[in-house]
Design a protein around this ligand. Sequence first.
Ligand SMILES: C[S@@+](CC[C@H](N)C(=O)[O-])C[C@H]1O[C@@H](n2cnc3c(N)ncnc32)[C@H](O)[C@@H]1O
Length: 394
Amino acid sequence: MASRLLDLDPTSIGQVHGSDAKERPLTDKAESIREQRPKYEQSMFGMSSNGDRTFSHVRTNEPANPGSEAGLNRDEEGSFYSYNSTRDVRLFVKEMHGRIWNSLNETYVLPSDDTEWNRLDKQHLAHIIGLGGLYPYPEQVEAVLAPVEGTTKCILDVGCGTGSWVLEMAERFPHTLVTGVDLAPTPLDAAHFPSNLRIEIDDINLGLSHFYGQFDLVHMRSVQSGIHDIDKTLSDLFLCLKPGGILIIVDGGIHFLRDLGTFGRMRRVDGDEEDATATSEDGSWFNRIHWEVSRACQIAGASVDRSHEVLSAGLWDHPFSEPGSVASGSYLFPVGPWAQGNNVAQNQQLHYGGLLMRQSLMNIHRAFHSILLRHGMTQDVLDAWSQEIDQGEC
Ligand SMILES: C[S@@+](CC[C@H](N)C(=O)[O-])C[C@H]1O[C@@H](n2cnc3c(N)ncnc32)[C@H](O)[C@@H]1O
Protein backbone atom coordinates (compact mmCIF):
# COMPACT_ATOMS: atom_id res chain seq x y z
CA MET A 1 0.00 0.00 0.00
CA ALA A 2 1.48 3.37 -0.92
CA SER A 3 1.90 5.98 1.76
CA ARG A 4 -0.63 8.70 1.36
CA LEU A 5 -2.94 10.82 3.41
CA LEU A 6 -6.66 10.42 3.21
CA ASP A 7 -7.90 13.59 1.62
CA LEU A 8 -10.74 14.26 4.00
CA ASP A 9 -11.54 17.84 4.84
CA PRO A 10 -14.97 19.12 5.92
CA THR A 11 -16.17 19.45 2.38
CA SER A 12 -15.01 15.93 1.60
CA ILE A 13 -17.22 14.32 4.23
CA GLY A 14 -19.12 11.57 2.57
CA GLN A 15 -16.85 11.02 -0.39
CA VAL A 16 -17.72 7.43 -0.96
CA HIS A 17 -14.83 4.95 -1.08
CA GLY A 18 -17.04 1.88 -0.89
CA SER A 19 -20.58 1.29 -1.93
CA ASP A 20 -22.20 0.68 1.45
CA ALA A 21 -23.48 4.24 2.01
CA LYS A 22 -25.48 3.86 -1.21
CA GLU A 23 -26.99 0.46 -0.52
CA ARG A 24 -29.86 1.47 1.73
CA PRO A 25 -31.16 4.84 2.88
CA LEU A 26 -29.66 5.73 6.27
CA THR A 27 -33.05 5.86 7.96
CA ASP A 28 -33.72 2.23 6.92
CA LYS A 29 -30.33 1.24 8.25
CA ALA A 30 -30.99 2.89 11.61
CA GLU A 31 -34.37 1.18 11.76
CA SER A 32 -32.91 -2.23 10.99
CA ILE A 33 -30.19 -1.75 13.63
CA ARG A 34 -32.87 -0.88 16.20
CA GLU A 35 -34.99 -3.91 15.27
CA GLN A 36 -32.09 -6.15 16.18
CA ARG A 37 -31.81 -4.75 19.65
CA PRO A 38 -34.04 -5.98 22.43
CA LYS A 39 -33.25 -5.01 26.01
CA TYR A 40 -31.00 -7.35 28.00
CA GLU A 41 -33.93 -8.63 30.02
CA GLN A 42 -35.83 -9.70 26.91
CA SER A 43 -32.81 -10.82 24.99
CA MET A 44 -31.92 -14.36 24.07
CA PHE A 45 -28.36 -13.13 24.46
CA GLY A 46 -26.06 -16.11 24.44
CA MET A 47 -28.65 -18.34 22.83
CA SER A 48 -29.62 -18.86 19.22
CA SER A 49 -33.28 -18.80 18.25
CA ASN A 50 -33.52 -22.58 18.67
CA GLY A 51 -31.95 -22.45 22.10
CA ASP A 52 -28.41 -23.51 21.16
CA ARG A 53 -25.69 -21.41 22.56
CA THR A 54 -24.13 -19.16 19.96
CA PHE A 55 -21.76 -17.22 22.16
CA SER A 56 -19.87 -20.24 23.34
CA HIS A 57 -16.68 -18.29 23.83
CA VAL A 58 -16.87 -15.44 26.23
CA ARG A 59 -13.39 -14.74 27.24
CA THR A 60 -13.43 -13.82 30.84
CA ASN A 61 -13.87 -15.43 34.17
CA GLU A 62 -17.12 -14.92 35.93
CA PRO A 63 -16.32 -11.83 37.97
CA ALA A 64 -15.96 -12.92 41.57
CA ASN A 65 -17.08 -9.48 42.57
CA PRO A 66 -18.90 -7.85 39.68
CA GLY A 67 -18.58 -4.10 39.84
CA SER A 68 -14.92 -3.96 40.63
CA GLU A 69 -11.87 -4.50 38.45
CA ALA A 70 -10.10 -5.99 41.44
CA GLY A 71 -12.70 -8.73 41.54
CA LEU A 72 -11.68 -10.05 38.14
CA ASN A 73 -9.47 -13.06 38.42
CA ARG A 74 -8.21 -13.58 34.89
CA ASP A 75 -5.13 -15.53 33.96
CA GLU A 76 -2.72 -14.27 31.33
CA GLU A 77 -3.82 -16.68 28.62
CA GLY A 78 -7.43 -15.92 29.32
CA SER A 79 -10.05 -18.44 30.28
CA PHE A 80 -13.12 -19.03 28.20
CA TYR A 81 -16.35 -18.56 30.03
CA SER A 82 -19.62 -19.66 28.51
CA TYR A 83 -22.71 -18.13 29.88
CA ASN A 84 -26.07 -19.72 29.64
CA SER A 85 -28.70 -17.18 30.48
CA THR A 86 -29.49 -13.51 30.65
CA ARG A 87 -28.95 -13.81 34.39
CA ASP A 88 -25.25 -14.42 33.66
CA VAL A 89 -25.15 -11.44 31.31
CA ARG A 90 -26.12 -9.20 34.19
CA LEU A 91 -22.88 -10.15 35.94
CA PHE A 92 -21.10 -7.97 33.41
CA VAL A 93 -23.07 -4.80 34.06
CA LYS A 94 -24.05 -2.68 37.02
CA GLU A 95 -26.35 0.28 37.66
CA MET A 96 -25.01 3.64 38.75
CA HIS A 97 -26.49 7.15 38.69
CA GLY A 98 -29.53 5.83 36.82
CA ARG A 99 -27.52 4.31 33.94
CA ILE A 100 -26.11 0.85 33.15
CA TRP A 101 -22.31 0.43 33.13
CA ASN A 102 -19.85 -2.35 32.36
CA SER A 103 -18.43 -4.13 35.41
CA LEU A 104 -14.92 -4.76 34.11
CA ASN A 105 -13.30 -1.37 33.60
CA GLU A 106 -14.12 1.59 35.80
CA THR A 107 -12.13 4.11 33.77
CA TYR A 108 -14.28 3.84 30.62
CA VAL A 109 -16.49 6.93 30.70
CA LEU A 110 -19.65 5.93 28.87
CA PRO A 111 -22.57 3.69 29.88
CA SER A 112 -23.80 0.54 28.14
CA ASP A 113 -27.53 0.99 27.90
CA ASP A 114 -30.30 1.80 25.43
CA THR A 115 -29.66 5.54 25.49
CA GLU A 116 -25.98 5.07 24.74
CA TRP A 117 -26.65 2.45 22.05
CA ASN A 118 -29.04 4.82 20.29
CA ARG A 119 -26.33 7.46 20.38
CA LEU A 120 -23.76 4.99 19.02
CA ASP A 121 -26.09 4.09 16.14
CA LYS A 122 -26.07 7.73 15.07
CA GLN A 123 -22.33 7.97 15.48
CA HIS A 124 -21.90 4.75 13.44
CA LEU A 125 -23.91 6.23 10.57
CA ALA A 126 -22.02 9.52 10.86
CA HIS A 127 -18.74 7.58 10.55
CA ILE A 128 -20.05 5.81 7.45
CA ILE A 129 -20.78 9.21 5.94
CA GLY A 130 -17.42 10.63 7.06
CA LEU A 131 -15.36 7.70 5.80
CA GLY A 132 -17.56 6.98 2.84
CA GLY A 133 -18.09 3.43 4.07
CA LEU A 134 -17.43 0.99 6.89
CA TYR A 135 -13.68 1.34 6.41
CA PRO A 136 -11.20 3.50 4.52
CA TYR A 137 -9.14 2.12 1.63
CA PRO A 138 -11.77 -0.33 0.40
CA GLU A 139 -9.52 -1.71 -2.32
CA GLN A 140 -6.83 -2.78 0.12
CA VAL A 141 -9.29 -4.01 2.75
CA GLU A 142 -11.30 -6.03 0.24
CA ALA A 143 -8.10 -7.49 -1.22
CA VAL A 144 -6.91 -8.67 2.16
CA LEU A 145 -10.34 -10.18 2.92
CA ALA A 146 -10.78 -11.87 -0.46
CA PRO A 147 -11.38 -15.63 -0.14
CA VAL A 148 -8.33 -17.85 -0.52
CA GLU A 149 -8.83 -21.58 -0.73
CA GLY A 150 -7.60 -23.45 2.29
CA THR A 151 -7.54 -20.43 4.62
CA THR A 152 -10.18 -18.67 6.68
CA LYS A 153 -10.12 -14.90 6.64
CA CYS A 154 -10.64 -13.39 10.09
CA ILE A 155 -11.70 -9.95 11.32
CA LEU A 156 -11.37 -8.56 14.86
CA ASP A 157 -13.18 -5.47 16.19
CA VAL A 158 -12.08 -4.36 19.65
CA GLY A 159 -14.58 -2.27 21.59
CA CYS A 160 -17.38 -3.39 19.28
CA GLY A 161 -20.09 -1.50 21.22
CA THR A 162 -23.54 -2.10 19.74
CA GLY A 163 -22.09 -4.59 17.26
CA SER A 164 -23.26 -2.57 14.22
CA TRP A 165 -19.85 -2.68 12.56
CA VAL A 166 -19.17 -6.38 13.18
CA LEU A 167 -22.68 -7.31 12.09
CA GLU A 168 -22.37 -5.43 8.81
CA MET A 169 -18.89 -6.87 8.20
CA ALA A 170 -20.09 -10.43 8.91
CA GLU A 171 -22.96 -9.97 6.46
CA ARG A 172 -20.82 -8.35 3.80
CA PHE A 173 -18.02 -10.95 4.07
CA PRO A 174 -19.87 -14.18 4.80
CA HIS A 175 -16.76 -16.30 4.12
CA THR A 176 -14.89 -14.60 7.01
CA LEU A 177 -15.01 -15.20 10.75
CA VAL A 178 -15.73 -11.98 12.60
CA THR A 179 -14.97 -11.52 16.30
CA GLY A 180 -16.13 -8.57 18.37
CA VAL A 181 -14.80 -7.87 21.87
CA ASP A 182 -16.28 -5.44 24.34
CA LEU A 183 -16.32 -4.70 28.06
CA ALA A 184 -20.08 -5.05 28.13
CA PRO A 185 -22.58 -7.42 26.51
CA THR A 186 -23.35 -6.36 22.96
CA PRO A 187 -27.06 -5.78 22.38
CA LEU A 188 -27.55 -7.97 19.32
CA ASP A 189 -30.47 -10.33 19.10
CA ALA A 190 -29.12 -13.84 18.63
CA ALA A 191 -32.03 -14.59 16.25
CA HIS A 192 -30.42 -12.16 13.77
CA PHE A 193 -26.90 -13.30 14.43
CA PRO A 194 -24.93 -14.53 11.39
CA SER A 195 -23.12 -17.82 12.06
CA ASN A 196 -19.74 -16.27 11.17
CA LEU A 197 -19.94 -13.73 14.00
CA ARG A 198 -19.05 -14.22 17.62
CA ILE A 199 -18.84 -11.75 20.46
CA GLU A 200 -16.63 -11.93 23.52
CA ILE A 201 -16.60 -9.94 26.69
CA ASP A 202 -13.19 -8.78 27.79
CA ASP A 203 -11.06 -5.80 28.77
CA ILE A 204 -8.41 -5.38 26.08
CA ASN A 205 -6.16 -3.62 28.62
CA LEU A 206 -5.53 -7.08 30.04
CA GLY A 207 -3.74 -8.17 26.86
CA LEU A 208 -4.60 -9.86 23.58
CA SER A 209 -1.93 -12.56 23.40
CA HIS A 210 -4.61 -15.25 22.86
CA PHE A 211 -5.38 -13.56 19.50
CA TYR A 212 -1.82 -13.09 18.22
CA GLY A 213 -1.28 -13.86 14.54
CA GLN A 214 -4.90 -14.72 13.81
CA PHE A 215 -6.51 -11.79 11.98
CA ASP A 216 -6.42 -10.36 8.47
CA LEU A 217 -8.14 -7.16 9.59
CA VAL A 218 -8.13 -5.59 13.05
CA HIS A 219 -10.39 -2.61 13.68
CA MET A 220 -10.75 -0.29 16.65
CA ARG A 221 -13.10 2.70 16.56
CA SER A 222 -13.75 5.30 19.30
CA VAL A 223 -12.29 3.27 22.15
CA GLN A 224 -9.48 5.53 23.36
CA SER A 225 -11.05 6.58 26.66
CA GLY A 226 -11.14 2.94 27.76
CA ILE A 227 -7.46 2.29 27.11
CA HIS A 228 -4.92 2.51 29.90
CA ASP A 229 -1.70 2.24 27.90
CA ILE A 230 -2.14 3.02 24.20
CA ASP A 231 1.42 1.97 23.36
CA LYS A 232 0.89 -1.51 24.82
CA THR A 233 -2.54 -1.83 23.19
CA LEU A 234 -1.17 -0.74 19.81
CA SER A 235 1.55 -3.38 19.94
CA ASP A 236 -1.06 -5.95 20.95
CA LEU A 237 -3.29 -4.98 18.00
CA PHE A 238 -0.41 -5.23 15.54
CA LEU A 239 0.54 -8.64 16.93
CA CYS A 240 -3.03 -9.89 16.39
CA LEU A 241 -2.45 -9.51 12.63
CA LYS A 242 -1.40 -12.27 10.29
CA PRO A 243 1.51 -11.26 8.03
CA GLY A 244 0.19 -8.69 5.53
CA GLY A 245 -2.90 -7.96 7.66
CA ILE A 246 -4.38 -4.48 8.06
CA LEU A 247 -4.92 -2.50 11.26
CA ILE A 248 -7.53 0.29 11.12
CA ILE A 249 -7.93 2.75 13.97
CA VAL A 250 -10.63 5.41 13.82
CA ASP A 251 -10.99 7.83 16.68
CA GLY A 252 -12.05 11.35 17.34
CA GLY A 253 -11.74 14.40 19.48
CA ILE A 254 -14.99 16.06 20.42
CA HIS A 255 -13.88 19.59 21.12
CA PHE A 256 -15.94 22.11 19.25
CA LEU A 257 -14.02 24.25 16.83
CA ARG A 258 -14.88 27.91 16.54
CA ASP A 259 -13.77 27.92 12.96
CA LEU A 260 -11.57 25.57 10.99
CA GLY A 261 -8.44 25.04 13.01
CA THR A 262 -9.38 27.15 16.04
CA PHE A 263 -10.50 25.37 19.16
CA GLY A 264 -13.49 26.90 20.85
CA ARG A 265 -12.72 28.30 24.28
CA MET A 266 -14.17 26.82 27.43
CA ARG A 267 -16.81 28.59 29.38
CA ARG A 268 -15.64 30.45 32.47
CA VAL A 269 -16.74 29.15 35.85
CA ASP A 270 -15.90 30.35 39.35
CA GLY A 271 -12.53 29.07 40.49
CA ASP A 272 -10.99 28.80 37.05
CA GLU A 273 -8.39 31.40 37.90
CA GLU A 274 -6.83 29.05 40.41
CA ASP A 275 -5.82 26.36 37.98
CA ALA A 276 -5.33 28.80 35.13
CA THR A 277 -7.47 26.89 32.63
CA ALA A 278 -8.63 28.69 29.52
CA THR A 279 -11.66 30.79 30.39
CA SER A 280 -14.09 32.89 28.53
CA GLU A 281 -17.47 34.50 29.07
CA ASP A 282 -18.51 33.45 25.60
CA GLY A 283 -16.80 30.05 25.65
CA SER A 284 -18.47 26.71 25.07
CA TRP A 285 -20.20 24.77 27.86
CA PHE A 286 -19.69 21.60 25.92
CA ASN A 287 -15.94 22.18 25.69
CA ARG A 288 -15.98 22.91 29.41
CA ILE A 289 -17.64 19.62 30.32
CA HIS A 290 -15.48 17.69 27.88
CA TRP A 291 -12.31 19.19 29.27
CA GLU A 292 -13.36 18.13 32.77
CA VAL A 293 -14.03 14.60 31.47
CA SER A 294 -10.60 14.36 29.82
CA ARG A 295 -9.01 15.39 33.11
CA ALA A 296 -11.11 12.83 35.02
CA CYS A 297 -10.13 10.10 32.53
CA GLN A 298 -6.48 10.83 33.04
CA ILE A 299 -6.82 10.74 36.82
CA ALA A 300 -8.67 7.44 36.45
CA GLY A 301 -5.83 5.97 34.36
CA ALA A 302 -6.93 6.28 30.72
CA SER A 303 -4.19 7.55 28.43
CA VAL A 304 -6.43 9.87 26.41
CA ASP A 305 -3.78 12.54 25.77
CA ARG A 306 -1.20 9.96 24.78
CA SER A 307 -3.78 8.33 22.46
CA HIS A 308 -4.39 11.66 20.74
CA GLU A 309 -0.65 12.18 20.42
CA VAL A 310 -0.04 8.70 18.99
CA LEU A 311 -2.95 8.80 16.57
CA SER A 312 -2.23 12.35 15.36
CA ALA A 313 1.40 11.45 14.75
CA GLY A 314 0.29 8.43 12.70
CA LEU A 315 1.90 5.02 12.91
CA TRP A 316 4.67 5.77 10.43
CA ASP A 317 7.44 4.99 12.85
CA HIS A 318 5.83 2.15 14.72
CA PRO A 319 8.29 -0.74 14.87
CA PHE A 320 5.58 -3.22 13.88
CA SER A 321 4.26 -1.38 10.83
CA GLU A 322 5.66 -2.16 7.43
CA PRO A 323 7.57 0.81 6.00
CA GLY A 324 5.56 2.52 3.28
CA SER A 325 2.33 0.81 4.24
CA VAL A 326 0.89 3.40 6.62
CA ALA A 327 -1.77 5.97 5.84
CA SER A 328 -3.62 8.43 8.01
CA GLY A 329 -6.21 11.12 7.54
CA SER A 330 -8.83 13.12 9.33
CA TYR A 331 -12.26 14.53 8.75
CA LEU A 332 -14.20 17.22 10.52
CA PHE A 333 -17.90 17.03 11.22
CA PRO A 334 -20.17 20.02 11.26
CA VAL A 335 -22.26 19.78 14.43
CA GLY A 336 -25.55 20.57 12.79
CA PRO A 337 -27.08 20.65 9.32
CA TRP A 338 -25.68 24.03 8.34
CA ALA A 339 -22.56 23.25 6.29
CA GLN A 340 -22.57 23.60 2.52
CA GLY A 341 -20.49 21.60 0.06
CA ASN A 342 -19.76 22.10 -3.60
CA ASN A 343 -22.68 20.14 -5.04
CA VAL A 344 -26.04 18.63 -4.12
CA ALA A 345 -24.58 15.25 -3.07
CA GLN A 346 -22.03 16.91 -0.82
CA ASN A 347 -24.70 19.18 0.66
CA GLN A 348 -26.77 16.13 1.56
CA GLN A 349 -23.84 14.32 3.10
CA LEU A 350 -22.87 17.36 5.16
CA HIS A 351 -26.51 17.89 6.13
CA TYR A 352 -27.09 14.31 7.36
CA GLY A 353 -23.60 13.85 8.82
CA GLY A 354 -24.04 17.13 10.72
CA LEU A 355 -27.51 16.23 11.97
CA LEU A 356 -26.37 12.82 13.21
CA MET A 357 -23.32 14.25 14.91
CA ARG A 358 -25.37 16.96 16.57
CA GLN A 359 -27.82 14.41 17.95
CA SER A 360 -24.98 12.19 19.11
CA LEU A 361 -23.17 15.01 20.91
CA MET A 362 -26.29 16.56 22.38
CA ASN A 363 -26.83 13.22 24.08
CA ILE A 364 -23.34 12.53 25.35
CA HIS A 365 -22.89 15.35 27.88
CA ARG A 366 -25.37 13.83 30.35
CA ALA A 367 -23.61 10.46 30.08
CA PHE A 368 -20.47 12.28 31.26
CA HIS A 369 -22.13 13.24 34.56
CA SER A 370 -21.35 9.93 36.21
CA ILE A 371 -17.57 10.10 35.91
CA LEU A 372 -17.62 13.76 36.97
CA LEU A 373 -19.75 12.99 40.03
CA ARG A 374 -17.20 10.34 40.97
CA HIS A 375 -14.54 13.04 40.65
CA GLY A 376 -16.25 15.36 43.07
CA MET A 377 -18.44 17.64 40.93
CA THR A 378 -21.96 18.16 42.18
CA GLN A 379 -25.14 17.18 40.37
CA ASP A 380 -26.40 20.79 40.60
CA VAL A 381 -23.39 22.14 38.72
CA LEU A 382 -23.54 19.40 36.09
CA ASP A 383 -27.29 19.88 35.56
CA ALA A 384 -26.77 23.62 35.14
CA TRP A 385 -24.03 23.06 32.52
CA SER A 386 -26.06 20.45 30.65
CA GLN A 387 -29.08 22.74 30.67
CA GLU A 388 -27.00 25.45 29.03
CA ILE A 389 -25.92 22.94 26.35
CA ASP A 390 -29.52 21.74 25.84
CA GLN A 391 -30.66 25.31 25.40
CA GLY A 392 -28.22 25.78 22.59
CA GLU A 393 -25.54 27.59 24.56
CA CYS A 394 -23.04 24.95 23.46
C1 LIG B 1 -17.70 4.89 22.07
S1 LIG B 1 -18.00 3.15 22.00
C2 LIG B 1 -17.68 2.79 20.29
C3 LIG B 1 -18.28 1.49 19.87
C4 LIG B 1 -17.94 1.03 18.46
N1 LIG B 1 -16.52 0.77 18.30
C5 LIG B 1 -18.39 2.06 17.46
O1 LIG B 1 -17.56 2.78 16.91
O2 LIG B 1 -19.62 2.17 17.25
C6 LIG B 1 -16.60 2.44 22.78
C7 LIG B 1 -16.78 0.96 23.07
O3 LIG B 1 -15.52 0.42 23.46
C8 LIG B 1 -15.69 -0.40 24.58
N2 LIG B 1 -14.43 -0.38 25.34
C9 LIG B 1 -13.86 0.69 25.93
N3 LIG B 1 -12.72 0.32 26.54
C10 LIG B 1 -12.58 -1.02 26.31
C11 LIG B 1 -11.62 -1.98 26.72
N4 LIG B 1 -10.61 -1.62 27.48
N5 LIG B 1 -11.79 -3.26 26.34
C12 LIG B 1 -12.87 -3.62 25.57
N6 LIG B 1 -13.82 -2.75 25.16
C13 LIG B 1 -13.66 -1.46 25.53
C14 LIG B 1 -16.85 0.24 25.35
O4 LIG B 1 -17.49 -0.68 26.22
C15 LIG B 1 -17.75 0.72 24.22
O5 LIG B 1 -18.68 -0.24 23.85
